[in-house]
Structures are given as C-alpha cells and as structure tokens.
Design a protein around this ligand. Structure first.
Ligand SMILES: C[S@@+](CC[C@H](N)C(=O)[O-])C[C@H]1O[C@@H](n2cnc3c(N)ncnc32)[C@H](O)[C@@H]1O
Length: 228
C-alpha cells in the first residue's frame, strides 16, 4: 500500500510533470541574495554550507562551481535525481532530505533556503522548519531564509489542494501546462518575525529582495541560534 504524501511534497509531482516534457520548472539564474549574504557574513569557501530545498539546483550549481563546500538537499527525489544527472561532477553534493522530519549529525556554518518556507502552510510545519535550522547551525553559524511575499500581504492555500492540477504557464517557453498546484502561505513581516522569535532563533536582519524571473518579490531574514 502506498503511503499518503504530505502536501509539501507536491513539488515532486510538478518536477516529474515538467521534466518528462524535457524542460525544467525554474530558471538557471542564481539568487543574488545567497552570495551577498555569504560575503556579508564572511563565510569562507571551506565553511560547511547546507541548502534546504535546492529544487533544480540553480543556487547549488553557482556555489559549487565557485568551490564552496555545499550539501544541497530537497525532499523531492525527482529534483535530487535531476540535479545529480545535470551536475554529474557534483553528484555527491546532492541528497534527499525532509527538513521537517529528518535530522542530520552534522552542523553547518551557513544554511540557506530560498523560496521553501512559503511551501509550509501549517503553523506546526513552519515551526519545525525553523527548529531544523536552529538545531543544525554551529554556534557561530547563520542562516538565510527567503520566502515569497511583499512584506505586508498574507494568504494561505488549502493544503488539501496541493496535488490538484492547475493550469500554469511555463516561464521560459510560454507553454501552458496542467501541473500540481503545490502549497503556498504568504506572511507579512510581523508574522515572519514572530515565528522566528517563537522558534528560539535570533533575527539579525530582514528585508526585501527579488529572484528574477521566478520570484519577483521575496522577503528574507538572516538568523542565528539564540544561546541565552
Ligand atoms: C518553490 S521550490 C524552490 C526551489 C529552489 N530553492 C529555487 O529557488 O529554485 C521549493 C522547494 O522546497 C522543497 N521542499 C518542500 N518541502 C520540503 C521539505 N520538507 N524538506 C526539504 N525540501 C522541501 C520542494 O521540493 C521544492 O523543491
């Protein structure tokens, strides 16, 4: 009997639907904010870096090509298989990980997750996401969290609809496709900051950025574990 999938696994379905057409869902353009944060917080090349929710690998590819010591993870076996095939020279740098239910022995100097938090609709899942980050950061480590939103608007999809098919336009080709809806919860800065505080993380800074063409507006926060 097959196990029921959680709503936040719906991207696995979308990736399969798109990859079987010989295309990928996201662009190859890396998120500038990741490298900006690495520079701002003086993260050296030999630091241990973890990406949560790497998708089709655009940020991982950029950092790995520059010699960073990165482990790129995603809950989607389809996404990880795709990355291993697309970047065979880095295949050992990719592995599946469910950040809500798995734990790792290793701790990291820098963790980043671009456009992953908004996938988590339920409060308990969002808290698990922050707590995973808190428990996998080294004492001096920092994490960058990017989530869809303009800072003030709030909305929430129904998790029961995550696998329902929806018509979407593929950005690069303009092709209309019927794809898994996936899940999305957009929060404002007050909620974002409250959640970070509740999870026992210290907010170092937050603001707005964009990751064109995929995420025209994105809220970001840099956090570290609180040790008081
Ligand atoms: C909107 S996509 C963003 C992908 C990539 N970061 C990018 O910017 O192109 C969100 C990703 O989070 C992954 N994801 C969802 N739930 C997850 C979980 N519990 N653990 C790890 N990754 C998860 C999805 O499979 C998907 O690849």
């Amino acid at each position: 009997m097959s196990e029921k999938k959680s709503y936040y696994q719906a991207y696995d379905e979308r990736y399969k639907q798109v990859h079987q057409e010989g295309i990928q869902w996201f662009s190859d353009a890396p998120s500038e904010i990741v490298e900006q944060t690495i520079k701002q917080y003086h993260i050296p090349k030999q630091a241990d870096i973890l990406e949560i929710g790497c998708g089709e690998g655009r940020d991982a590819e950029n950092l790995l090509n520059k010699g960073y010591h990165l482990l790129a993870t995603d809950i989607s076996a389809e996404a990880i298989g795709y990355c291993k095939e697309k970047f065979p020279q880095f295949q050992h740098n990719f592995c599946t990980l469910d950040c809500l239910n798995d734990t790792m022995q290793q701790k990291f100097d820098f963790i980043y997750a671009v456009a992953v938090l908004h996938m988590f609709v339920l409060d308990e899942d969002r808290q698990k996401f922050y707590q995973f980050i808190g428990s996998h950061l080294k004492e001096s480590g920092v994490a960058l969290i990017g989530t869809m939103g303009d800072g003030s608007f709030e909305s929430c999809s129904n998790p029961d609809d995550a696998f329902a098919l929806q018509s979407r336009t593929h950005e690069q080709t303009g092709k209309e496709m019927m794809l898994a809806s996936t899940s999305c919860r957009v929060v404002n800065f007050t909620t974002f900051h409250d959640e970070i505080q509740k999870a026992g993380l210290e907010l170092l800074e937050s603001g707005m950025t964009c990751v064109p063409p995929d995420f025209p507006v994105m809220m970001v926060a840099v956090v570290k574990g609180r040790r008081d």
